[in-house]
Design a protein around this ligand. Sequence first.
Ligand code: SF4
Length: 659
Amino acid sequence: MKTVVCPYCGFGCKLLIDPETLRVKPYRGEPNRGKLCPKGLHSVEIVNAKDRLKRPLKRAGSSMVPVGWGEAMDEIAGKLLEIRELYGPDAVAFLASSKVSNEENYLLQKIARLFGTNNIDNCARLCHEASVHALKLTLGTGAQTNPYEDIERFKSVLIWGYNPAETHPVVMDYIRRARKGGARVIVVDVRETTTMAFADYKLIIKPGTDIALANAIVHVIIEEELYDEEFIRSRTVGFSEVRMAVRKYTPEYAERVTGVPAETIVEVARALALAGSGAVMWGMGLTQHVSGVENVLAVIDIALLLGYIGEKGGLYPMRGQNNVQGAAYMGALSEFLPGYVPLTDEKFRKRVASLWGVEDLPTERGLYLTELWDAIEGGDLKALYIVGENPAVSEADFMKVRKSLRKLDLLVVQDIFPTRTARYAHYLLPASAFCEKEGSYMNSERRIQWSERVCEPVGDSKPDWEILTMLGRALGLPGFNYTSVEEVTAEYFRLFPELEEKSVEKLKNSDGIFLPKKRLHTWEFATPDGKARFMAVEMITPWEAPDEDYPLVLTTVRLIGHYNTGEMTLRSPSLVRLMGEPRALINEEDAEKLGIKSGDWVEIETRRGRIRMRAEIGNVPQRLIVVPFHFKANRLTSPALNKAGTPEFKFAAARVRKL
Ligand code: SF4
């Protein structure tokens, strides 16, 4: 049996795959302990999908024609160098992938920076970049603080804007065990979620009012003096500013804003404080708002107030894709070098440059993924090299993105399938699927795990690291002589003091290695003075308020058997069968007013476009329409960005009509 990291969510289950039969069984060790969800169980079905890309293709008029690898790489490199000569290095951008390995993300950001630009980003920008910004600001490190195993021993679990029963089903086992051990489970969301079946408190809030609720919980804890005075005094700064800021957020005020009864807010604040320890877990329900960074700051304030950091608690921004944490850690972000080190850190930057055989690296922040489209429209960006991402569907307001993609002088798409984005490509490069290559991945708890190769790549496809090595060489960049993926692993190990002494062999023979360590901030924070920062935040209203024309609020959600833009799961016959037809959930009274019954076809429209879907009368509040993300929902979503560059996928003014 071969041990392979699941290609789907950021929980990071390991699969045992039989190379002969390709049958999948769950790995018994950490982190999944013998459990898998349907996505992991059926993951190998995509490997032999009929339309796998099997050879490089290049555009010839309206069609794509086969081309050899050597010719393709020479032509792509030639065009990239020509564009750099004419317009400078920032006229080129590279889009890394949260689905490819650490080594592959490391190589792509290395190519971008050696090419001369920080225009390197990945889809962490679309999900948890607000968490990274908030955590860095308050604690000094932009990542999950504790391992999953800690959840089981904490006496409270606060789950906010996050539905793990659908998005990370295996983590539910940890939450269930915590509850069995006496933990109080509190779930905050805009609708009744499947996770709420395991909750002691279900708090259904009006969309976009998270800060009012978090501030009210902080208000009660302070008013009733339930906070951890010693922790606040010795390990934090900014408490008095927060105390002042939350004065007006009484439970009664918060009830009017959020819809959560004042007495429930008081009960929850007390339950959290009296628990004595706690996990605070959140998802994109918190981050994908114009107030995303502030939402996370407000929730972090609750944890700081109670001292729920280190041994007594943990902050869990639960990552979406299997290597989104690794992509970010490897430096595939336009404002950070590897390890979330700012571009302005001259000492580290020069150390990286010297490892790569050059004197220095570019220091200006590059474009965020969500800024690429305006840069193309404005004529500043001429070429885009995409590895394993599908922005023609994954970006908010994707019709605008599709229009921009058509204007590029050069678009290279490196993927396993002909995605929707591939339709605009000048070159289409076939990559190997997850079990056709080896390499390392980092899950949400920052555990680096080795994934083995089970079978040979189909056709003439190649692992992404091999393609990127060819690209680096064709561009004439120094050091692109890798002959094995382990050489790349060993190179990125040298960037991190915690990994310097470790060998790739040790990683292969372990249940993973935590970077920088298993539990962060036990004794001190990674801020200049070693203290955590309370941050006072005020409510920020959503970008697009409902009005007479668009009276509903549209929000997007994930389903257990589907994943992102559906390019993978919609090619898995078992998952398609299991999940059936997608449905938009609508409140009973709204449906009655609109003459809609469960099963009717409806048209859902926002100011950016419309989609058709069957409706289902669901347990959702009035004036809310809940649409699964995986079926072109981004034709509708709002492109308004928060401070971290994440669009407001979770809130758009919408209307619905029966067809
Ligand atoms: Fe894969 Fe996530 Fe499911 Fe585990 S919980 S099998 S990592 S999709």
